[in-house]
Design a protein around this ligand. Sequence first.
Ligand code: HEC
Ligand code: HEC
Length: 258
Amino acid sequence: MRQSSQNYKFNYSFSLVSKTQFFFAILAFLALGGVAPSIQAADPASPTAPASALANTPATMPAPAVAVKPAMPDALAGEALYISGDAKRGVVACVGCHGANGNSAAGTWPKLSAQGSAYIVKQLKNYKDGTRANPIMMGMVAALTDQDMANIAAYLRKQQATGGVAQSKETIELGKTIYQAGIAAKGVPACAGCHSPNGVGVPAQYPRLSGQWAEYTSAQLGYFRDGTRKNGASMTTIASKLSDLEIKAVSDYMAGLR
Ligand code: HEC
Ligand code: HEC
């Protein structure tokens, strides 16, 4: 009974303030050290409760169940930042290189459309922490907050991917064999095993690869191989077993995959 009246008060006050205000209220609450270390400590009757938890925990405030995370990703805010940047904060518009809807115009810049959002966020963080070394993108992420990254990723995930085409008739069979079956003699696993047979990937685990520019893909396989890109351990092992010709062949095949 006591529990349900607490819930009632909580829901009631929640309807009065906006979600944003509620979020900042929680933030302020946490900043004040009000987070209860455990359920036991939140109980004022418990003799083990530290004084600070007692002092700062209002009786009607439920202890947050999870650690503070960015608020829900906002795809519209992500779209605005992607298209226009934010000059005041030094955020450069992504569209200039990555193209409208994340479909870039040339292989110097990767397509980002329809890519899994967890993968996008991870890459942006990896440019920040240096495990993916690239001077251009390291500059681009400097001004991005975790919330910006989540917002942009939510926008990109919803964009329609434009397909690509394989260009090289001579290597298409080799590329297909590597992608779909691997190279048993060299211990190279089938790319399809993780990235899926049609290359759409497995969101949250394996990135989408199909339709990506071959120029970009082969550059990345080279970076995994030479250690410039250190953020995918399995890819470093796999790429280190591929020759230049094999990289070229599989990259071209993937560009036309759908
Ligand atoms: C001046 C051109 C340029 C601008 C502007 C730019 N990028 Fe990039 N971006 C690149 C290049 C070049 C790469 C490939 C870098 C590499 O090899 O790691 C890249 C790579 C990426 C990747 C990795 C893609 C993948 O498949 O792994 C993401 C994600 C990304 N950019 C997001 C953004 C976002 C978000 C913005 C805007 C805040 C942005 N970029 C602005 C040039 C740019
Ligand atoms: C064991 C699972 C696994 C297999 C097999 C695998 N990959 Fe990957 N691959 C990954 C993961 C995980 C990532 C993301 C790494 C990261 O977080 O940067 C990745 C990333 C990539 C990227 C970077 C994509 C981008 O947008 O920058 C390319 C290119 C790639 N893989 C190509 C291949 C090719 C080609 C093969 C087969 C020869 C292959 N992968 C096999 C797990 C795998």
